[in-house]
Design a protein around this ligand. Structure first.
Ligand SMILES: NC(=O)c1ccc[n+]([C@@H]2O[C@H](COP(=O)([O-])OP(=O)(O)OC[C@H]3O[C@@H](n4cnc5c(N)ncnc54)[C@H](OP(=O)(O)O)[C@@H]3O)[C@@H](O)[C@H]2O)c1
Length: 357
């Protein structure tokens, strides 16, 4: 196994922490003795063993003189776990290859510490892949003004998210819906627009195989706070936290009724204020699941960091609900290309993951 192949394996292992380690980063590690994989590990639980320590423990004596390949620079700080730099040195490792420098000022400095101990350290292998994997963690380190925002939509071939009657269940197939359950588990909150909340009466909970450490909160963007008390999101608000983000002129009575039902209500004058307020309540990552008007408004304001696009092989025609509404025209010469960070089949559907350019 080459170091590059080992890093690809470490990235795959790191995903096993999705939904369980946030707000900490996803990290995977592999121990190579020559070209033999002799140990592997991942950060599996918030506060639990770090990936490098787990991989070194799995390698045991075979770690002596070996190379540790890990997706993040080994940490150099005493938190809930001892520093990984200590474990690397104690194991007699000769070389460390890490994809990313740790941007967290509290944990950084691992590479220098290891180099000072005579260990060969290289940073940057498969860094783009590692950055895409830890996009939420990296966003949180550099921007505390708003959550990381991902948009997820399932669209027809002709870019519609519902038929002319507003029916969208189910555009995508079961594998895509299973993927969305997995995806939700890694976000702090899942959001929809008011029309979607009223039309679909979604529960926006995680019902897949992966149970998140902390269930995501539910958020509804509804300018007039028009979220009927009969909706599931309201009826279950005392079990799973629900937040309505309303405009400044939403009616007092409607807001009071929602609050009496256990729903949190925030008033915000704009989308950017709404996101700042959501961040203030502890929402670091937000998965927006439509509809088209909310998607268009967020995109127009430059507030979408990633788009999970499920393309589904059917047509809905011109009266169907547009996937993205109200986006102002942009000349081709002025529009930025988004980066494709993943592209794969989900049954009959196709998933494209696009990061803002
Ligand atoms: N295929 C999919 O992935 C998918 C996903 C979701 C929804 N859908 C379908 O999409 C349809 C609904 O989509 P839609 O485009 O009509 O509506 P939408 O985006 O769900 O909701 C729009 C509403 O969001 C609220 N909002 C609050 N702040 C806003 C802002 N700054 N900009 C825009 N909206 C803001 C407003 O609510 P108020 O009106 O309450 O003020 C607005 O009317 C439904 O038929 C649903 O089934 C499909």
């Amino acid at each position: 196994m080459t170091e590059r192949e080992a890093m690809a394996r470490a990235l795959a292992l790191a995903w096993r922490g999705w939904g369980r380690v946030q707000p900490n980063p996803l990290v995977g590690a592999v121990v190579l003795q020559g070209d033999q994989l002799v140990g592997e590990g991942w950060h599996a639980e918030h506060g639990g063993s770090h990936a490098e320590a787990a991989a070194l423990a799995a390698a045991g004596e075979q770690a002596r003189g070996a190379t540790v390949v890990c997706t993040l620079e080994p940490c150099d700080h005493h938190g809930k776990q001892p520093p990984c730099t200590g474990a690397v040195r104690a194991a007699g490792v000769r070389r460390v290859v890490a994809a990313l420098h740790d941007p967290n000022p509290i944990a950084a400095g691992g590479a220098e510490r290891l180099r000072a101990a005579g260990i060969d350290v290289e940073l940057g292998l498969l860094a783009d892949e590692a950055r895409a994997q830890n996009a939420i963690f990296l966003h949180q380190q550099r921007d505390r003004s708003r959550p990381y925002v991902a948009l997820k939509l399932a669209t027809s071939i002709d870019g519609r998210i519902a038929d002319a009657n507003g029916h969208s269940r189910w555009l995508s197939g079961q594998p895509a819906r299973d993927f969305v359950q997995w995806l939700r588990a890694g976000f702090d909150a899942v959001a929809v627009g008011g029309v979607t909340a009223r039309a679909d009466d979604p529960s926006l909970t995680v019902r897949g195989a992966l149970q998140p450490r902390v269930p995501p909160r539910r958020v509804v963007f509804a300018a007039d706070a028009d979220v009927p008390l009969s909706l599931r999101l309201v009826r279950t608000a005392r079990d799973t936290s629900t937040l309505v983000i309303a405009g400044t002129s939403a009616g007092e009575n409607q807001v009071a009724a929602l609050e009496a039902a256990g729903v949190g209500v925030i008033r915000a004058a704009s989308l950017i204020d709404a996101l700042a307020a959501a961040r203030h309540t502890g929402i670091v990552s937000l998965l927006v699941e439509g509809g088209g008007r909310l998607a268009g408004a967020l995109l127009a304001a430059g507030l979408v960091d990633r788009y999970y696009w499920v393309q589904t092989p059917l047509w809905l025609g011109k009266s169907g609900v547009r996937a993205v509404a109200g986006l102002p025209a942009v000349p081709l010469a002025d529009t930025a290309r988004w980066r494709v960070t993943d592209r794969r089949a989900l049954g009959e559907d196709t998933l494209l993951v696009l990061d803002r350019g």
